[in-house]
Design a protein around this ligand. Structure first.
Ligand SMILES: Nc1ncnc2c1ncn2[C@@H]1O[C@H](COP(=O)(O)OP(=O)(O)O)[C@@H](O)[C@H]1O
Ligand SMILES: O=P(O)(O)OC[C@H]1O[C@](O)(COP(=O)(O)O)[C@@H](O)[C@@H]1O
Ligand SMILES: [Mg+2]
Length: 914
């Protein structure tokens, strides 16, 4: 792919520019824009867009934050690179239908002919394959005059059939020099390939994408055209569902809407309607039975209101329909996964449930699927389509190419293809919009199925003997039907035998064998490849959709079964017998919001995001371990649970994973972190407290402001804040055992901006660290702030999760697991390979796992003599990839040894002994 055009400016300004024909055809002549003499436009002040104008990607900024990424502003330029007579344009529509397609076609034709005097415009019949397989349709203003009143596309559309070479051959043969491609994410990927091929051939052809999809799954842009119309049309189905529900005893109106991977239509239709009681989308996993489940909510709603409306996006709950697993692998001609009909399945499941509990219920299922996209666009979308089409044409005439025309914060922009195709837009359920929906419907969030104490109790219980019997094997009693199905499939899958076996080997030699295997070129290169892919495409906490997709596809290739999504993007894989004991290995997946400064081939492709804490390496190591374990799965004496968790850095993803059931039945867990502080091939750990509990606080101390010269008429928050800051120092110096290490630091103090005005309030903030008594310290901080404020006649509000930053408890290593780990390291890496570390004041959310069950966290060295490796969270951070096989072998060996140890002790070993 041609390299992105990035322009850096002062204050952290970044322009992600679009390609231009002169990038590879530097001698092209320019012409005056004919609009200059057009009576309609020549009078418009500043009609031509200044070439320096750009539009910011993010409009919410902090005072001291960088100016961030910008896109080129769309619109007509003074100079154009095509003469009117020279232009030979074509238009193609691809993918699924969408309201507004005809409007865009009409406006491209009108803009080209009326504004720029273009006479030769071709319609390509039936999508990409029409370039080489079908006839073309000549397009004139007359032909397109009325088409915006019709749904669909007058050009026809199709999926599949993208053959870059054939398409570009046909463009070249026909002498086409402007290609307007209207379609969704798949189409834009195809357009990007066409652009690259055209550039490679050095053709004077502009390639322009116009984003279409009612699913709104195209990133960066505000919304895609037709979305508004689809949401509006969906209202009709929801209204009908509501009428049906209200008119029947315990009526449920159930509407299935489109939305393959993104639940935007369902979310907006729900928010618009106000009649919907529950909205289910692919991004927000849900479950049916038990506390906090869908059935419980429906029962409650019916008892309280006598009726309810459910809206379901077609991609939601797919993973629960385990019955017909084989259809899961089917793809349409474009390579999109063919979905199973979740609407029919879920409405049947609801009916079955109410039959079982003998409660009257009347469910009416409405599936308006194609109706919402086959209609003409509404007024708002018509205007939007017009502007998009005009912008697309202005850009092409001005010589820009390789871009998608799109709306960003209400302004028309040109966005380079790589930003449009890098990921799919989806509802972020940790964002405010989803929170607004939850508060509007009052539905459960489904994020925390069981309370944690119950979880802990369950995971520490020996599986009950009254579990299900299958093939003479006793299984764990399932909490939900989904888990039953999964366990059953695991058992079927895991009973297949593999070719190689380690069971007869000397146990102390086995880790070395694993390491040799992980170091073999085939496995090593594969791990490095995964790590580099992740490094190029970093994703922040709870946004690790592509990361998670990559993990799942690798697990699929290995034949490792998994649960997904667990806590938004998390994946939990299973290798072994499918039976107890269960031991877990954990890797974190998220990146950091920082710009990479290391110049190398696989540098982060996402400006402002970087894997600067080695989580890309952690994922590669755990996948490496999965490969080793899968190779030998028939010899495992229990089940290894592979936990790929989101959001370690800020949002305590580990906690969410536990709440979502990732540790169910798991007895022990191991985690590894790469470190630059220890030489390659060595590891570091300690028994007991390894990492501190870490948290934050922010307090607003409010008094009464006034003139600084008459302080007695004020209540001065500055004095109160000063007392608070001093008093907080005593928590460590006077209340903590000097041999125990704790930190309370006030690092922020804001308020007031005049010499003679006492402000109304002061904000202070800081961090706390502790190995013991973490929550007591939090409580004392709160108490000291509020009470000191009171002494000074002020009020104080204290927030222990400022900006959503979750505190993490101390990471405490279990003594027996630590001993086991140390022995293993000796077997694997030699006598002097273990480094006993002192406790570290940094925090890790692995602590949530180690708090719930016995856990062990260790560091794996990557420092070598030749290069220096920067500290984590540095923009110069690098991973020594030679460490990856060590990580994979350590993970796999720890799991195997744990299971063997358990087996040798017998199944009745009390879990507390660990
Ligand atoms: N990765 C890709 N590379 C090239 N062409 C693609 C790619 N993905 C999809 N396409 C093509 O784009 C067209 C539309 O894709 P599809 O996924 O069906 O719809 P949409 O563009 O609406 O997402 C199809 O002709 C398909 O072959
Ligand atoms: O049956 P078809 O034509 O494949 O279309 C169904 C799909 O089209 C969509 O509307 C999305 O289409 P696009 O990706 O083409 O925008 C999905 O919501 C739906 O799953
Ligand atoms: Mg698509």
């Amino acid at each position: 792919m041609s390299s992105p055009k990035i322009v850096n400016g002062p204050g952290g300004y970044i322009l992600q520019d679009v390609p231009h024909l002169i990038d590879y055809l530097p001698d092209l002549p320019t012409y005056q824009n004919p609009l200059k003499d057009n009576p309609a436009y020549s009078v418009v002040k500043q009609y031509f867009v200044d070439t320096e104008d750009t539009v910011p990607e993010k409009i919410i900024v902090h005072k001291d934050g960088p100016r961030g990424i910008h896109f080129r502003r769309a619109g007509p330029r003074q100079k154009v690179y095509f003469e009117s007579d020279e232009v030979h344009a074509c238009i193609v529509t691809c993918g699924g239908l969408c309201p507004g397609l005809n409007t865009v076609i009409r406006e491209i034709v009108s803009s080209l002919s009326h504004m720029y005097g273009v006479k030769r415009i071709l319609g390509i019949d039936g999508g990409y394959r029409g370039f080489y397989a079908k006839n073309t349709i000549p397009l004139t203003s007359k032909v397109v005059n009325d088409i915006h009143k019709r749904g669909g596309t007058i050009l026809g559309t199709s999926r599949g059939g993208h053959d870059t070479k054939k398409i570009v051959d046909s463009i070249q043969e026909r002498g086409i020099n402007q290609v307007y491609i209207i379609g969704g994410d798949g189409t834009q990927r195809g357009a990007s390939k066409i652009f690259e091929e055209i550039r490679k051939r050095g053709l004077k052809v502009a390639v322009i994408g116009i984003p279409k999809t009612i699913d709104n799954d195209i990133p960066v842009i505000d919304r895609s055209f037709g979305f508004d119309t689809a949401v509006e049309e969906a209202q009709r189905a929801i209204n009908a569902a509501h009428v049906e529900a209200e008119s029947n005893e315990n009526g449920i109106g159930f509407v299935k809407l489109m939305g393959r991977h993104s639940g935007f239509i369902a979310m907006y239709a729900t928010l618009a309607s106000r009649d919907v009681d529950c909205c289910l989308i692919p991004e927000s996993p849900f479950y049916l039975e038990g506390e906090g489940g869908l059935f419980e909510y429906i029962e409650k709603r019916l008892k309280e209101h006598g009726h309810m409306v459910i809206v379901l996006a077609e991609g939601a709950g797919q993973e629960m329909m385990t019955k017909s697993m084989e259809t899961n692998t089917l793809e349409d001609a474009s390579g999109n996964k063919v979905l199973k009909d979740v609407g029919l399945w879920l409405s049947q499941s609801i009916k079955d449930h109410f039959k079982k509990i003998k409660m009257v219920m009347n469910l009416k299922y409405i599936d308006p699927t194609y109706m919402i996209r086959a209609i003409p666009s509404n007024a708002a979308d018509n205007v939007y389509c017009t502007l998009l089409a005009q912008s697309a044409v202005h850009g092409a005439m001005a010589g820009y190419t390789g871009y998608t025309s799109g709306l960003v914060h209400g302004r028309q922009t040109y966005i380079p293809f790589y930003r449009i195709t890098e990921k799919q837009n989806s509802v972020v359920i940790t964002d405010r919009m989803w929170a607004r929906l939850l508060s509007s419907t009052n539905q459960p969030s489904f994020l925390g199925p069981k309370n944690i104490s119950e979880q802990k109790k369950e995971t520490h219980e020996t599986p009950s003997p009254d579990g299900e019997i299958c093939n003479g094997v006793v299984h764990i009693p399932p909490v939900t039907k989904e888990i039953t199905n999964l366990t059953f499939q695991l058992l079927l899958l895991l009973h297949v035998s593999s070719e190689s076996s380690w069971i007869t080997d000397d146990a102390s030699r086995r880790p070395t064998k694993f390491l040799e295997y992980a170091k073999s070129p085939e496995v090593f290169d594969w791990m490095v490849g995964i790590r580099r892919k992740l490094h190029e495409n970093p994703e922040l906490g709870f946004e690790e959709f592509e990361t998670s997709k990559l993990i799942r596809s690798e697990l699929d290739l290995m034949g490792v079964k998994y649960k997904y999504p667990v806590a938004v993007t998390g994946v939990v894989g299973y290798v072994g017998t499918g039976e107890p004991p269960f031991v877990a290995l954990r890797a974190d997946m998220d990146a950091l919001p920082m710009q990479e400064d290391v110049e190398w081939e696989h540098k982060s492709k996402v400006p402002g995001k970087m894997h600067a804490c080695g989580h890309d390496g952690h994922v590669a190591m755990l996948l490496g371990a999965a490969k080793i374990l899968k190779e030998h799965h028939q010899d495992l004496q229990g089940t290894v649970v592979l936990i790929f968790q989101p959001a370690e850095e800020v949002f305590a993803g580990a906690k969410k994973m536990i709440e979502a059931g990732a540790l169910k039945h798991v007895e022990a867990i191991f985690g590894i972190h790469l470190t630059n502080q220890v030489p390659l091939g060595k590891t570091a750990s300690r028994a007991g407290s390894l990492l501190a509990g870490s948290g934050f606080f922010e307090a607003v101390i409010t008094g009464k402001g006034g003139h600084a010269a008459i302080p007695h008429h004020t209540i001065d928050p500055v004095i109160a804040a000063s007392s608070v800051v001093l008093s907080l120092q005593h928590l460590v110096s006077r209340e903590t055992d000097p041999l125990d290490s704790k930190v309370v630091t006030v690092s922020k103090l804001h308020g007031g901006n005049a010499f003679n005005v006492i402000p109304d309030s002061i904000t202070i903030g800081g961090t706390l660290r502790a190995f013991s008594g973490f929550s007591q310290l939090q409580e004392r901080i709160k108490e000291v702030i509020t009470k000191q404020a009171t002494v000074n006649r002020c009020n104080a509000s204290v927030n222990l999760k400022p900006n959503g930053k979750e505190p993490v408890p101390p990471t405490v290593n279990n003594m027996d697991l630590y001993k086991q780990f140390k022995n293993l390291v000796r077997d694997l890496l030699g006598e002097d390979s273990f480094v006993e570390v002192s406790p570290i004041m940094g925090g890790e959310d692995f602590s949530y796992f180690a708090e719930a069950i016995p856990g062990h966290f260790s560091f794996l060295g990557m420092q070598d003599e030749t290069k220096s490796y920067a500290s984590p969270h540095s923009s110069l951070y690098r991973v020594n990839e030679d460490a990856l096989p060590y990580g994979a072998a350590m993970h796999a060996s720890m799991a195997v040894r744990y299971l063997e140890d358990k087996a040798s002790k017998g199944s009745d070993t009390p879990k507390d002994e660990l």
